[in-house]
Ligand binder design. Sequence first.
Ligand code: SF4
Length: 216
Amino acid sequence: MTQNSRIENEKKSFVIIPGRDMGLLAAEDLRHLADIAHDYEVPAVKITGAQRIAFLGVAESRLGALNKDLGLPATMPHDRGKIHYVQSCPGNRWCKFGISDSPAMGKKVAALHFNRPLPYKVKVGISGCTICCCESWVRDVGLIRGRSGWKLIFGGNAAAAPRIGDVIADGLNDREAIDLIEKCLAVYSEQAGKNIRSARFIEQFGSEKFRKSVLQ
Ligand code: SF4
């Protein structure tokens, strides 16, 4: 389990989101989660759009014990020097169309840590082939694997004001893709105001200017 967050809703009940990045769960993980959901009488369990698992409607009084049983700290505020989440498709290990091991690439991207806080949430979608099952065009950072390498997309968003991201480069190997993601997020951090999502930043800053800034 690598991520956990807590959201208070209007009825003052809580949501626990334990999950492994990219939705990869072993049988032991599922058994452990099922046992905890049963023991704590969690009213609903949901697989989220971010490939995590939410325990819905947990009473606040039980949060501490539940987190402990999950092996998580009581609270874990989001680290703004890290990417919010990385989702990936199953990749070539499990999918016949896959060209690349996208979960392995996802782990490399999720491990990145930045010297300065990112302006806002950065969500990453990694697709192991051009069929693009992982919504890479509408994530802050998207990777799509083609025959010649990774296509890197920046500034996408799937929320209330959706935006298809801009292609920053194509034909990248793993190392080049990681380096370019770091450059993109460095320019974003330096140039965007706090709480500005990458899609809005790119609209203000200009796609071409951004591309030149990160490729120079
Ligand atoms: S993006 Fe390609 S490799 Fe990934 S699940 Fe979809 S078809 Fe398979």
